[in-house]
Design a binder for this molecule. Structure first.
Ligand code: C2O
Ligand code: CU
Ligand code: CU
Length: 503
């Protein structure tokens, strides 16, 4: 793919002033419904030799036509924007060669994956321009909808925003036998949901205001798999949607326009015990859920994000990240064929054990933003010579420092992490290399839709407290750490991140 020179870019920006009115109005603040054809991302099952599966991802700069006649400079993996859906089976050893063909350092992190630290693709595995990196690991976890994305130090936000992300589906023997809709792109549909903001010349607008820095980068143009306002033509009356929030900051309050119920069958890292029926659910940045939706009424229905207060009270709505209603995608079921699939009654043998007797360590995390302790706090920090204290975004008083390991965890051990949000806005907290269970939120058992395996948990503002329970895997590495951080990518880039080793 050709990289665009600055000059041709300016020329095309000038040309865009002549866009037809319908296109320019698309660039305005609303997201219209159902204008475009839904695109199923290419499925990449790699090259298989027994249990070893090899993949190649080539990171390129390119241009993407989100609006007719408007070419937006983007980044992508094997295509101009986003990447293929990778797919493998538990027990496989995957070997993924990532080539960097852009003019900047980058990484590819396997979000939700249990794997050795040097294969994680975080800030410690940078890939320089014109270099490549091979990540190889065995898949030891259960069936789930994971994803991959850039995790470059201080640049995760812009690189993901411009397109460096994709989905990674894991299958296992159990998942094959559940009788779920499982025909890729037919009744089993990957949906990466993202919000974007565009400049009038069609380029992405990124970090233009103080608000973007503080609240994270949000836009009002919603796209699914890189398509603005798509219509998915349902081929079957029972659709399985793998909903992935690939946004930098936005939480979606998902519901159908007609309020119809649907079944949540899986969260971030695997199936729930039983399908959970609801008619709305929130999905924070980086979270995934799988849902089954019955469209046997053969109507057209809109998947929406309902308006929310953002947890700051209505008066503070915009400030604290609250939002108006948005359309995400339309499902057109007028031609749907009768499905032979049914909603299963049980998805996994038993409920996850919340066994706390093996817990050897409890750790506390405070999520903090804004000025610390006013001038006094900063002065104290300076006196103590603490370099990375007092940044705008912190965990336990400290901003991320790639040279500082915050703590060590013992391989195979079970821990409870207690995360308190000492800021006014919600933060989606993520831990690498583990799948956790939510023990409680402010002392109360979590909602049934959150009772499965997770790797991201949204912690609401104003001192909410969430406790998570997790068993660390057997992988150990005394030197190379894993990350834990807020998955609002602008917060991560500005320091709301820490590192731990497993030994
Ligand atoms: Cu989705 Cu640290 O990553
Ligand atoms: Cu991750
Ligand atoms: Cu945050």
């Amino acid at each position: 793919m050709k990289k665009q020179s600055r000059r041709t870019f300016i020329k095309s920006a000038g040309a865009s002033l002549l866009l037809p009115l319908s296109t320019t109005s698309l660039l305005a603040k609303t997201s219209p419904a159902g204008l475009n054809t839904f695109v199923v991302p290419p499925l990449n099952t790699g090259v298989r030799e027994g249990n070893k599966v090899s993949y190649k991802l080539s990171i390129n700069a390119g241009k993407t036509e989100f609006f007719k006649g408007v070419n937006t400079p983007t980044l992508g993996l094997n295509q101009s924007y986003l990447g293929p859906v990778l797919r493998a089976k538990r027990g496989d050893t995957v070997s993924i060669k990532v080539e960097n063909h852009i003019n900047d350092v980058t990484t590819v992190h396997w979000h939700g994956m249990t794997l050795p630290a040097n294969m994680d693709g975080g800030p410690h595995q940078p890939i320089n321009p014109n270099k490549s990196w091979v990540s190889e690991y065995e898949i030891r976890q259960e069936a789930a909808t994971l994803w991959y994305h850039s995790h470059t130090m201080h640049k995760t936000g812009p690189q993901v925003y411009f397109g460096l992300a994709g989905m990674f589906i894991i299958d296992d023997e159990g998942s094959d036998k559940l009788g779920l809709p499982d025909e890729y792109g037919v009744d089993d549909i990957p949906c990466t949901i993202q919000d974007r903001r565009f400049n009038q010349d069609g380029t992405f607008s990124y970090l233009n205001t103080m608000q973007d820095n503080m609240m994270g980068m949000k836009g009002f143009i919603i796209m699914v798999n890189g398509v603005v306002a798509p219509t998915l033509v349902a081929k079957s009356t029972l659709m399985r949607l793998r909903l992935h929030n690939g946004s930098n900051a936005r939480t979606y309050n998902l519901a159908f326009g007609d309020g119809r119920p649907f079944h949540v069958i899986a969260t971030d890292c695997g199936f729930l015990h039983k399908p959970f029926q609801t008619n709305k659910i929130s999905l924070a940045a980086a979270e995934r859920i799988e849902i089954l939706v019955d469209v046997s009424d053969r109507k057209e229905v809109m998947l929406k994000s309902l308006a929310s207060s953002g947890g700051g009270g209505m008066g503070m709505m915009r400030m604290m990240g609250g939002d108006k209603e948005l359309n995400i995608m339309k499902i057109d079921a007028r031609q749907a064929k009768q499905s032979t699939r049914k909603v299963p009654t049980i998805l996994r043998k038993s409920n996850l054990q919340l066994d706390q007797k093996n817990v050897t360590q409890t750790r506390k995390f405070s999520l903090q933003m804004g000025m610390m302790g006013g001038g006094m706090g900063r002065m104290m920090n300076r006196m103590n010579g603490a370099e990375n204290e007092g940044g705008m975004f912190r965990i336990n008083g400290k901003s991320m420092d790639i040279n500082r390991i915050d703590f060590q965890v013992k391989a195979n051990s079970t821990e409870i992490w207690e995360i308190t949000n000492d800021s006014p806005m919600a933060h989606p907290f993520h831990v690498h290399n583990v799948q956790f269970r939510i023990l409680d939120r402010n002392g109360k058992r979590p909602h049934p839709s959150e009772s499965g395996l997770k790797d991201v948990v949204l912690v609401p503002g104003h001192h909410s407290r969430v406790r998570i329970l997790m068993k660390f895997p057997e992988y150990s590495d005394a030197k190379i750490p894993y990350m834990y951080h807020c998955h609002i990518l602008e917060h991560e880039d500005q320091g709301m991140m820490g590192q731990f080793t497993v030994v």
